[in-house]
Design a protein around this ligand. Structure first.
Ligand code: DGI
Ligand code: FE
Ligand code: FE
Length: 202
């Protein structure tokens, strides 16, 4: 019998664990991450793997997530319990390791920070954060055509614009903002200012 490739195996398991829409998004992120990896010189396998797995915990219910955290003794803050949408990134690290056999720490860290971003992301983290936002199935965010182009011309500036729009969107409900999202925004705003791409106060 022919051995299944790593990719066939991962894709089959993910298709079983995710809803059809989430699985389609997952493939979109994986291929978009590959394109960015080709553009910026990241390891293609790591980008493909992290793209496939970034949302591997997304289709767990809130109670399943809480049970898993208890079982694995993963500390959850009151803030995380109140905003379960943020939890799939933290728990995704454990699901990727324990259920999908991912051992590459760089891939696990890219999963960990894909929702909020963080200051000074590695290239792989930057690629996954960006691919998650611009992959072809996304259609809700404003100015996607502009950001899709920017991702391939100036990745750091693109990250700044994504964080800016995310914080703008979350500002309707400021208490829901994760401090890491704000720290990331500040870091990438400073970086864009230093690069001369932004005028003070823009
Ligand atoms: O899992 P996806 O839907 O593919 O994308 P994601 O992991 O980026 O999650 C998207 C959601 O995360 C979106 O509704 C915005 C939200 N988000 C990003 N930063 C924050 C946040 N939600 C809260 N409450 N706080 C944040 O700082
Ligand atoms: Fe996600
Ligand atoms: Fe996603």
């Amino acid at each position: 019998m022919k051995m299944k490739s790593e990719w066939e195996d991962l894709e089959q398991k993910l298709q079983e664990a995710l809803t059809p829409n989430r699985y389609r998004h997952t493939l979109g992120v994986s291929y978009t991450a590959c394109a960015l990896a080709m553009r910026y010189g990241e390891d293609l396998g790591a980008a493909r793997r992290a793209g496939l797995l970034h949302d591997c915990a997304k289709c767990m219910s809130n109670s399943e997530m809480r049970q898993m955290a208890n079982r694995k003794k993963i500390a959850l803050s009151a803030f995380e319990l109140e905003h379960p949408a943020l939890l799939h990134a933290k728990l995704g690290v454990h699901v990727a390791r324990d259920t999908y056999g991912i051992t590459d720490a760089a891939v696990l860290e890219a999963i960990r920070w894909h929702t909020t971003g963080k200051p000074d992301m590695t290239l792989l983290q930057s690629i996954i954060f960006t691919a998650d936002y611009i992959e072809p199935n996304r259609d809700k965010a404003p100015r996607l055509p502009e950001l899709r182009r920017l991702a391939f011309t100036d990745l750091n500036r693109c990250i700044y614009e994504i964080l800016h729009d995310t914080v703008d969107y979350l500002s309707e409900n400021p208490k829901s903002m994760d401090t890491m999202t704000l720290k990331a925004l500040e870091f990438y705003r400073n970086r864009a200012e230093e690069a001369g791409a932004l005028k003070q106060g823009e």
